[in-house]
Design a protein around this ligand. Structure first.
Ligand code: BES
Ligand code: ZN
Length: 583
């Protein structure tokens, strides 16, 4: 037996799933999905055990070839991995069928009441499978190293729409229910399995892209993301043809725990991107970039997560450079650098988690999540690019994408490829210090630009109106992120009085300000912080604000009280994360 992944029971001596057929019925009353899943193997089974990942699933039937019931054991749950479902698969079996019901507490799912939606009339359901939550909606080999195609049908109330990160195959009304069919012809890792059900409408943005969301914010969403085709063209010019046919967007309910999730063909986005000024579209560029880095070439397991996110941040900033110019890309890189320093400070007790390659046996990947794989990964690639030259590095990237397309790769695979394509490059940048050393090597690339220098000039003090008159939200964010925390109350008062930061409509600026203000004990922001925590479930915003409140004696009780008040509106993944923060 050989496990493929510290976060999966999948075993490389056992049959490999090649495709899925998922028929699911969504029960909004009981908060469960009842499903029938056929797993088809890459080749007929040799006979013996098959271990699948599950979490909280109630298995009702397991059927083999010819309709025979199969023997199985559902092992006791591991707190991180869930329950191993061990199935006795007869020799020659090409597929098996499993009937099961999900738990109302399924970690991938959030069930929203009508009150938690924009329209207030209909319930809503959505999934978030990354990192290891797919197993809470379907028994599977839940490791990115195993890809599968699928067909699916979702049986939902007829007044609702179901969407999936897959190609749409049609909708059929049966009484008060609708059956919606989907197909995913490109093989994907299980963490990219995704769907949503709700009162959804769509609007075309280009021949290969449309945006979906609740009707009340459809126009706002279509305006914010109108330039998506420009993103696609820029990305294709950099990384080669887009392989997933469509690039649709789904603007989620506010409780969506991430900024964006790169579900193939249908990127999920937080509604907090609807700032009304198109200032946050770098998240779209990021999720689009995953179509190459992550979805086409996937890190084999969470220990190599930087191959997904570091490469994607690199690709995101290249796209941004094409669309908004080098100055904007540099500002984003500088914000990233600031966040990386904050992540290093937070991990002061766990320097091993600041390595690019991590060891995560016994560690929940959601707990290990940080900016390190994103921003340190980005800086490592910038170091390689600087040493190789941009042209040579672009060629290397395209060899990387070509070699592992629709496959999975490890850090060693990347290092070996670099050494083969540009011998000596790894030694030149001291790759071992980047990959297996904590923190940052002594010498590293730094963004440089005139706009960046202008922000750096006022670092740590209150800037004058003349100095800020041309600032975009990105400059404000960078300035606020770089302020000492805590800062003197007088500085907070002057900033707020001069620039009305507490009334900022841009969520990135507002959150950077609220964090600075809360860490400084500037009480006038508390109503605004409370309002934000009650309306948005994006973890990137919740985490630093709760941390700032919990970190000061006078607001500690408030942090706990707000968590209790708003908890049920947060996604299970966000609740779990916040329990850790408040512990
Ligand atoms: N794939 C991630 C989100 C994710 C990571 C979900 C790990 C679950 C586990 C996504 O591509 C992402 O990185 N989103 C960022 C966008 C940002 C870097 C532009 C986010 O949500 O903030
Ligand atoms: Zn990402």
């Amino acid at each position: 037996m050989a496990r493929l992944d510290p976060h999966s029971y999948a075993d490389d001596t056992q049959p490999r799933t090649a495709s899925l057929d998922w028929k699911a019925s969504v029960d909004f009353g009981a908060h469960v999905v009842r499903a029938e899943l056929t797993l088809r193997f890459a080749k007929p089974a040799a006979g013996g055990s098959l271990d699948l990942d599950t979490r909280g699933l109630d298995i009702t039937a397991l059927v083999g070839p010819g309709g025979a019931a199969l023997e199985y054991t559902l092992h006791d749950a591991d707190p991180i991995l869930g329950s191993r479902l061990e199935i006795a698969v007869p020799a020659g079996a090409e597929s098996i069928l499993i009937r099961y019901v999900t738990s109302p507490e399924a970690s991938a799912l959030q069930w929203l009441t009508p009150e938690q939606t924009l329209g207030k009339k209909h319930p809503y359901l959505f999934s978030q499978c990354q990192a290891i939550h797919a197993r809470s909606i379907l028994p599977c080999q839940d490791t990115p190293s195993i890809r599968q195609t699928f067909v699916a049908s979702l049986d939902v109330p007829a007044e609702l729409r179901a969407v999936m990160a897959a190609a749409t195959q049609g909708r059929e009304i049966q009484g008060d229910r609708a059956i919606e069919r989907f197909a995913m012809p490109q093989p994907i890792p299980p963490y990219l399995f995704a769907f949503a059900v709700g009162d959804l409408a769509s609007k075309d943005l280009s021949p290969r892209s449309r945006v979906w969301t609740e009707p009340a914010q459809l126009e706002a969403a279509a305006w914010e993301f109108a330039q998506v085709e420009d993103h696609l063209r820029a990305a294709e010019s950099l990384f080669g043809p887009y392989d997933w046919e469509r690039f649709d967007l789904l603007v989620m309910p506010p409780s969506f725990p991430y900024g964006g999730m790169e579900n193939p063909r249908l990127t999920f986005l937080t509604p907090s991107l609807l700032a009304g000024d198109r200032s946050l579209v770098n998240v779209v560029a990021h999720e689009l970039a995953h179509s190459w880095t992550g979805n086409l070439v996937t890190s084999s397991n969470a220990e190599h997560f930087w191959l997904n996110e570091g490469f994607t941040v690199f690709a995101e900033r290249r796209i941004l450079e094409v669309l908004e110019g080098a100055e904007m890309a540099a500002l984003h890189a500088a914000i990233g650098f600031e966040r990386l320093q904050q992540a290093f400070a937070q991990h002061a007790d766990h320097p091993e988690l600041t390595k690019l390659r991590t060891e995560l046996t016994g560690i929940d990947p959601d707990e290990a999540f940080s900016q390190v794989p994103y921003e340190k990964g980005y800086l490592f690639l910038k170091a390689l690019e600087a040493a190789a030259g941009e042209k040579a590095f672009d060629a290397l990237l395209s060899t990387w994408l070509g070699t592992y397309r629709f496959g999975a790769a490890t850090t060693d695979d990347f290092l070996a490829l670099v050494e083969r394509v540009i011998p000596g490059l790894l030694a030149k940048v001291d790759a071992p210090a980047w990959v297996d050393g904590p923190g940052l090597p002594a010498s590293h690339w730094r963004p440089e630009s005139a706009r960046l220098a202008a922000v750096q000039k006022v670092a740590g003090r209150v800037p004058t109106r003349a100095e800020t008159k041309d600032w975009s939200p990105t400059e404000w964010q960078l300035y606020l992120e770089g302020m000492p925390k805590p800062s003197p109350l007088a500085v907070c008062e002057e900033l707020d009085a001069t620039y009305s930061l507490t009334a900022s409509k841009n969520p990135e600026v507002l959150v950077s300000w609220l964090v600075l203000a809360c860490e400084s004990g500037y009480a006038p922001v508390l109503p605004s912080a409370t309002e934000l925590l009650g309306h948005i479930g994006r973890m990137k915003y919740l985490k630093p604000i709760f941390k700032a409140l919990a970190g000061r004696a006078e607001t500690k009780a408030l942090a706990h009280e707000l968590f209790e008040r708003f908890r049920t509106g947060y996604h299970p993944i966000a609740q779990q994360m916040l329990r850790g923060v408040l512990r």
